[in-house]
Structures are given as structure tokens and as C-alpha cells.
Design a protein around this ligand. Structure first.
Ligand SMILES: Cc1cc2nc3c(=O)[nH]c(=O)nc-3n(C[C@H](O)[C@H](O)[C@H](O)COP(=O)(O)O)c2cc1C
Length: 413
């Protein structure tokens, strides 16, 4: 199946949603934690300090402390929830559709102090590193080189054929989780999407159900981190279950800060030109009249005036978050441009970019004292029709909502 056929086949329509059985077999819910058994498991120091002060040269750092800090603020467990049935489940720094966590974090280290060179898998359940092979793995010159993989079956359990889209988004989120954590520690991350999947899968000795999506090379840098108090933001970020409705507005300044942070240029071998543009459903922003805006060159341009709360919720499969938010977002991808630039691979890259923007929206909102929620479920063609987009003008790939979150009583630190 081509990416175009896949995309068409996995669009939500009122009919497809109505006719979908929506039956989840909880007895066969996939385990969101993969453990590689029978290999040495190396401790990462518990509770590493927040990465507020840029550090020294990477190879000179204590390897275990560096890795502990990197993963604690990008991929570790950061909270838990108690379900109404009394079952406790873990939440992580990186968000994930349905909390199913298809993304796994593998990494290769070279020349870290007091840390054996080798191929590792991060074990979030106990914040440890599984040493899957010792020795030299010439993936890049980086001292730490991550390979983000995906286990599609975890998502398919809930989302069926549409699962691949979610896997790609999740990887985009994870990419920025690592990027922003590394940045707070004084490093940059270059993402690599162009590689032979089979070759990397073989090199990383991946099980058959796991596919490589992105490689991340961690490099020296001197640039200023995007966020103050990053450690706290990263570990307390949560998806809002719903937002306070009513009249309370966010300010235009807050919205501008969030959008600026979300649309920073990305560092990747596929980041030639932005593939995603943002359409904003402004519900309650002081200084900006309600309506739908296109976000162009850092400024909102009015497209459709008037209150769109009902429409925003309806387009997101009737989810209240999109209507009760202060602002909802449609991310529109130029999939034709992606394909022209990168062939079949472009489909992945557009979704990675959407996930990356989403992660920056989460943290940008948190930095403003607000909440956010990624929304992977929407009526594709209805969104296009409402926004007046022809297929050549773009396809919706992701929704988002930002606002004042309602307290979540199930949440536990
Ligand atoms: C790609 C993606 C799609 C999501 N789609 C929805 C959605 O449609 N509705 C919703 O309420 N939450 C959605 N979420 C939020 C997840 O449910 C949430 O990330 C997960 O439960 C983990 O919670 P946390 O973000 O607080 O760690 C989505 C998250 C991601 C990353």
C-alpha cells in the first residue's frame, strides 16, 4: 500500500466511526514496557538533578549520570494514575496516544567516562539501561546516539489501521523530549530519518515487531535552552482530560509565546522546509476575536470569524477538550511536498514534525501555567471542508488543544 492509499484508508468519517466496533479486549492489552531479559542491566543513578546548568564536554562526563539525567527528563515514568477500577498505571515524560507507548529508546555510547561502550535499551519501568551488546557500534561520531523504534502492535490494539499515524506522532514527541532535555543539559540533537530500516534493525538486533523510526545524535552546543526550569516542566507536563469552559481567557502574549516555541526550526536531515502549517480555533484569547486563524509567519490571519467551540469539538470526534480549550489547533501537512522532497519517507517526516510541534506545544503551554492535549482523532475530510482546503493545499494530520485544565483527581505523583 502506498502512503497515499494508507492515508485515505485511515481517514475517520462519521460512518467509519459509527460502524467501528470500538471493542477493546482489556485482557489482551499490550504491555507498554519491553524488557530484554538475560543481559547485564546497568544502574542509572536515581533522582538526577534537574538539568538547569549546561555541563562540560560530553565524553568527559560521568556516563551513568549523563544518561540518567537525559532519560529521567525525556522518557522516564513521571506520575501514575489510579483507574476507577483501582488499577494503577504509569505515565511518562513523553506523552503517548492512549498511553500505549509504542516508542522504545535504544542507544549506542562511545567513549563515555566510566561507562562501557555498547548498545543499550532504556528500561523506563526501573530507570535502568539494558546492555544488549558491548563494544563499538559505528553509527555516528556522537558519544551518545539514540535509535527511536516503534512497536505498532501496541497502538493497533486500540487504533487498528490508524495506529501507524499515532506511532509516527509518538516518535515526533519523543524526539523533542530528548532534544529539549539534551538542550537543557547543554547539548544539541540532530535527528536522522534517512537510513535503511533493515540495516539499522539488524545492527540494533531489534525483535521482529519493532521498527526503527528516528536516530538522534547528541552533540556539543552552546545555545541557550528554550525553557527555564525545564526539569520541572518536563516531569509535571500532563495531558489535560478536559479544560475549564466558561469565560476565562488566556492572553495573546501567552498564545504568542506558546506558538513561537512550537514553531522553532527543527534540526533533522529531513527538516528542509516546514511541512506543517497551523490553523487556530481561537475560542477565548484576550485581544484576539474568536474565529479560525491561519498562523502565518508568526502572526494569526483571520480566516473564519466567530465562535467555533462547537465546530472544533465536533471536528475532533466530539471531544470536549477541543471545545472547552482556549485555543484548538489543526495541523495541516503538505503531504505532496513531503513526497516530492523525500518520496515515501515524506509521510513519516510530516508526522514526526507534527509530533515535534505537539511536544513543544505541551511544554510551551506548561511554561505559561496552562495545560494541553494532543488529539489524534478527527474527521479528516470535514476538517478540510471547514477550513476550505483542497487536497493539494494540505491534509490534517494532528489536532491539539490548549487551555486551563480541569484538575485530574486520579493523578498521583
Ligand atoms: C499522538 C497523540 C494523540 C493523542 N490523542 C488524544 C485524543 O484524541 N484525545 C485525548 O483525550 N488525548 C489524546 N492524547 C493524549 C494521551 O491520551 C496522553 O498523552 C496519554 O494518556 C498519557 O498521558 P500524559 O500525556 O499525561 O502523559 C494523545 C496523545 C498523543 C501523543
Amino acid at each position: 500500500m502506498t502512503w497515499r492509499e494508507y492515508h485515505e484508508a485511515t481517514k475517520h468519517t462519521p460512518r467509519s466511526v459509527r460502524e467501528s466496533p470500538h471493542l477493546l479486549d482489556w485482557a489482551s492489552m499490550p504491555d507498554p514496557f519491553r524488557h530484554f531479559e538475560g543481559v547485564p542491566v546497568l544502574d542509572l543513578p536515581a533522582d538526577p538533578p534537574p538539568p538547569e546548568t549546561p555541563r562540560a564536554e560530553l565524553p568527559d562526563q560521568d556516563g551513568a549520570h549523563f544518561l540518567s539525567q537525559l532519560f529521567f527528563y525525556s522518557a522516564a515514568i513521571s506520575a501514575s494514575k489510579l483507574s476507577p477500577a483501582g488499577r494503577r498505571y504509569a505515565l511518562r515524560v513523553n506523552p503517548s496516544s492512549g498511553n500505549l507507548h509504542p516508542t522504545e529508546f535504544h542507544f549506542v555510547t562511545t567513549g563515555l567516562r566510566d561507562w562501557p561502550d555498547g548498545l543499550y535499551h532504556y528500561r523506563p519501568s526501573s530507570h535502568m539501561a539494558e546492555q544488549r551488546a558491548a563494544g563499538n557500534f559505528p553509527l555516528s561520531s556522537a558519544a551518545v546516539h539514540l535509535i527511536l523504534t516503534t512497536i505498532e502492535a501496541r497502538e493497533a490494539w486500540k487504533y487498528g489501521a490508524r495506529a501507524w499515524r499515532y506511532c509516527l506522532h509518538d516518535a515526533g514527541h519523543a524526539w523533542q523530549c530528548v532534544t529539549l532535555a539534551a538542550e537543557a543539559m547543554g547539548f544539541t540533537v540532530s535527528a536522522i530519518g534517512e537510513f535503511e530500516d533493515d540495516q539499522i534493525a539488524q545492527l540494533c538486533q531489534l525483535p521482529d515487531d519493532e521498527r526503527p523510526l528516528l536516530q538522534l545524535a547528541i552533540q556539543q552546543a552552546t545555545q541557550r535552552p528554550t525553557f527555564a526550569h525545564f526539569g520541572h516542566l518536563a516531569r509535571t507536563r500532563r495531558s489535560a482530560l478536559d479544560f475549564e469552559g466558561g469565560e476565562q481567557s488566556i492572553s495573546l502574549l501567552q498564545l504568542t509565546a506558546i506558538l513561537q516555541c512550537a514553531t522553532q526550526p527543527l534540526q533533522a536531515d529531513f527538516a528542509h522546509a516546514p511541512l506543517i502549517s497551523l490553523f487556530l480555533y481561537v475560542h477565548r484569547v484576550e485581544g484576539l476575536a474568536p474565529g479560525v486563524y491561519r498562523y502565518v509567519n508568526g502572526a494569526p490571519e483571520l480566516l473564519i470569524p466567530g465562535d467555533q467551540r462547537v465546530m472544533a469539538a465536533a471536528l475532533s470526534l466530539g471531544q470536549n477538550v477541543a471545545g472547552n480549550a482556549s485555543v484548538a489547533v489543526s495541523m495541516i501537512a503538505d503531504l505532496d511536498l513531503a513526497a516530492a522532497l523525500f518520496g515515501d519517507r515524506g509521510y513519516r517526516y510530516a508526522h514526526f514534525e507534527a509530533g515535534a510541534i505537539g511536544q513543544r506545544l505541551y511544554l510551551g503551554a506548561a511554561a505559561q501555567g496552562l495545560g494541553a492535549t494532543g488529539i489524534g482523532a478527527f474527521y479528516d475530510e470535514e476538517v478540510h471542508r471547514f477550513l476550505g482546503l483542497t487536497p493539494a493545499q494540505g491534509q490534517v494530520v494532528y489536532h491539539f488543544a490548549i487551555g486551563y485544565p480541569v484538575p485530574d483527581t486520579r493523578l498521583q505523583a
